[in-house]
Design a protein around this ligand. Structure first.
Ligand code: MRU
Length: 359
């Protein structure tokens, strides 16, 4: 992705003793970067959502663990920091996948080699994520082309929820990667961007990304998607995911399930884009996915820019009311038209997933 003409990834190494991230809590009002120098800083960035999105927190966790190994390469320290980072957010499996991969790559290695190996492995996780996202983009582009071919010369309207673009991955994105490639391919596109309350990842992050890339888009209140589907103004839905279980159930940002129900009722294809690092082969179905419960403040308050240019948090609810704030919901596989992966698109079924990932 490019910001003001400069190419960025969402996480990048700085020498071999620090790494950089974009501070996503400042977007869309300010583009700021942070330098993280230890695993504790990485954990803090994940917990506070300075960095977020399933594939990205996997890569950030990997770099955090690599920094910890530089300080102390013992098995005990490796395991302690692995567990500490794994606890930062519960739903996205990519974080655990990346941390396990790091630990497996290091545990039986000589201690004097571990720091260099860890840095290399974290970089490999980041590079592979970029390659997977690009491949997802190409596979999703085929679907958008088919839809475009059915309405020659007319705009393809795509609805997306939350942020599954380059800010949620190392580059390109998952759900947004096909959109960027289709736009670059000259397909006339318009994206309905769910604002994605309570944290507004759609309005603040997806809209920022699409705008930076010149993709025509409109932000929607979360409740409006069904209305536009009924009106025939949505040709397809594409979302990302934090965890897909072996039967094809999909955990994604809260509100995704309602969009899938509306899509089913209106015969709108509902696609989920994911790298294979998001598949949890150990869970048979989505009922067992841990759903993150977040602070009620995210529902009761909202941050935004004031007329004087400063950014402030304001209260939006009746004083004294409490709030519930599940971060994710599970969309049953039966509502999913297809899973777009780096190896191709498959049915959201055990057989579909196994056809692309036999092992
Ligand atoms: O809570 P967040 O902002 O980390 O949630 C992110 C999402 O739900 C994304 O849709 C998901 O991680 C897919 S990212 C490519």
């Amino acid at each position: 992705m490019k910001i003001n003409g400069q190419h960025y990834r969402s996480v990048w190494p700085i020498g071999e003793d620090a790494f950089g991230i974009i501070d996503q809590t400042k977007l869309p009002h300010e583009f700021a970067t942070l330098t993280l120098r230890n695993a504790e800083a990485a954990a803090h960035a994940i917990i506070t959502m300075q960095t977020r999105g399933a594939p990205l927190i996997g890569a950030v966790g990997a770099y955090g663990l690599a920094l910890a190994v530089r300080e102390d390469s013992s098995d005990e320290h490796l395991t302690k920091v692995h567990d500490m980072l794994a606890e930062t957010r519960p739903t996205a499996i990519n974080l655990r996948w990346a941390l396990k991969r790091m630990r497996d790559a290091l545990l039986n290695q000589p201690h004097d080699k571990r720091a260099a190996l860890a840095w290399k492995e974290a970089a490999a996780i980041a590079d592979e994520d970029v390659a997977m996202s690009e491949a997802i983009g190409k596979n999703g582009l085929k679907i958008i082309r088919e839809i475009a071919a059915k309405k020659p010369g007319k705009t393809v309207n795509i609805l997306t929820h939350c942020n599954a673009g380059w800010l949620a991955t190392v580059d390109y994105g998952t759900a947004l990667a096909p959109i960027y490639l289709a736009h670059d391919d000259g397909i006339p596109l318009h994206v309905w961007v769910d604002e994605t309350r309570p944290r507004n990842q759609g309005a603040s992050l997806t809209a920022f990304e699409l705008g930076s890339h010149g993709v025509h888009h409109t932000i929607l209140a979360d409740n409006a998607g069904g209305h536009y589907m009924q009106a025939g103004q949505v040709d397809m839905v594409i979302v990302g995911t934090d965890r897909v279980t072996a039967n094809g159930d999909v955990a994604n940002k809260i509100g995704t399930y309602l969009k899938a129900l509306a899509a089913k009722d209106n015969d709108v294809p509902f696609y989920v884009a994911l790298p294979s690092s998001t598949i949890d082969w150990t869970l048979e179905n989505g009922r067992d996915i841990p759903i993150e419960e977040r602070s009620q403040d995210e529902v009761l308050k909202m941050s935004g820019r004031l007329p004087d240019g400063s950014v402030a948090m304001v209260e939006i609810a009746a004083p004294g009311s409490g709030a519930a704030n599940p971060g994710f919901d599970v969309t049953p596989a039966r509502l999913v038209t297809g899973l777009i992966t780096e190896r191709g698109t498959c049915a959201a079924t055990p057989e579909g997933l196994r056809s692309l990932f036999p092992k």
